[in-house]
Design a protein around this ligand. Structure first.
Ligand code: IPM
Ligand code: MG
Length: 358
């Protein structure tokens, strides 16, 4: 079957890193068909809309989406704020495509252990953040966001159904790993968190093969730096997941290494997805060949695993990445003495070369 993949490079380093992800995908699956579309500030500049109708239509009819990054200082003051690339493109895509489950693995690669800001073995992590992505404070009612200019309100809303369906995704992930889930909330303060905790307790009671525990968000943030190896699957709501996934990613040594899958579509057992690096558009290094394409390349591996159900091809990409790291190739963000400094494209070429060699 010929799958079609929408490629939305976006802004800053987005197009450079997605090009390397596409290269890796083509190397493992030459039959894939790719279609590019405008998104983010680049789309706003051209059409006045960060998510043009034809981009959304292309995403809807594709089997999966490869996404780069959107935003940058040039677009920070666009009015109304709903037209900013983050809100008008990325959040809208998540909402329009019902991408409610964000899966963000954070793994320390052996050759990069010393790049972690945590000392020695403490930097060794292998965990997955499962973040609810279409609810909570990110999607509070727009009418309540600002009144007379000196007060602002964001509303945090969660329904039991939203909590249940993300918990089910976390269960699925946990069953491929250690059968342990730490659910993170702020139940000592927030009513949405109390609903979250009660709902998770019900799910835990009905799924006793997986061990559930609860942590408050502040404690979790602290535990993540104190002893990240204690975590396997972290399940949390939208905003807490945003913060914890950046924190977890840095423990692995660079934000440039972390992939993500945003899954959803029509089913509560999602296969359709948007795959993007956890990092942003990094406008300061755009166009210089300095960006690390590994997060985007590993996002392509997640696309193969979750949307195309091809675990073997996904593993081949992951092994090729490990191979080039072991060979000492490094982009600027993870460069160290005695390693070989390469550009974005050179690193992507090395991964693709490995994938094409017998
Ligand atoms: C992420 C990003 C986005 C988010 C921004 C760009 C809206 O930080 O994907 O983690 O907050 O979800
Ligand atoms: Mg984030």
């Amino acid at each position: 079957m010929a799958y079609t993949i929408a490629v939305l490079g976006g802004d800053g380093i987005g197009p450079e890193v997605t090009a390397e992800a596409v290269k890796a995908l083509s190397a493992v699956k030459p039959t894939l068909q790719f279609s590019d579309a405008l998104v983010g500030g680049a789309a706003y500049d051209e059409t006045g809309n960060p998510l043009p109708d034809d981009t959304l239509a292309l995403c809807k009819k594709s089997d999966a989406i490869i996404f780069g990054a959107v935003g940058g200082p040039r677009y920070d003051h666009i009015q109304p704020p709903s037209l900013r690339p983050e809100t008008g493109a990325l959040l809208r895509l998540r909402q329009e495509l019902n991408l409610f489950a964000n899966v963000r693995p954070a793994i320390t690669w052996k050759p990069l252990l010393h790049a972690s800001p945590l000392k020695g073995d403490r930097g060794r992590v292998d965990l997955v953040v499962v973040r609810e992505l279409t609810g909570g404070i990110y999607f509070g009612k727009p009418s309540e966001r600002r009144d007379n200019g000196t007060t602002a309100v964001d509303t945090c809303i969660y329904s039991k159904a939203e909590i249940e369906r993300i918990a089910k995704v976390a269960l699925k992930v946990a069953r491929t790993r250690k059968h342990e889930i730490v659910s993170v909330d702020k139940a000592n303060v927030l009513e949405t968190s109390r609903l979250w905790r009660e709902t998770i307790d019900e799910i835990a009671a009905a799924n006793q093969d997986v061990k559930f525990s609860h942590l408050l968000i502040d404690n979790c943030a602290m535990q993540l730096v104190r002893d990240p190896a204690q975590f396997d699957v972290i399940l949390t709501e939208n905003m807490f997941g945003d913060i914890l996934s950046d924190e977890a990613s840095m423990i692995t040594g660079s934000l440039g290494l972390l992939p993500s899958a945003s899954l959803g579509g029509d089913s509560d057992e999602p296969e359709f997805g948007l795959y993007e690096p956890v990092h942003g558009s990094a406008p300061d290094i755009a166009g210089q060949g300095r960006a690390n394409p590994i997060a985007a390349i590993l996002s392509a591996a997640m696309l193969l695993r979750y949307s195309l159900k091809d675990d073997k091809a996904a593993e081949r990409i992951e092994l090729a990445v490990e191979h080039v790291l072991e060979a000492g190739l490094r982009t600027a963000d993870i460069f160290e003495k005695n390693s070989k400094l390469v550009t974005t494209k050179e690193l992507g070429d090395a991964v693709a070369f490995k994938l094409m060699s017998p």
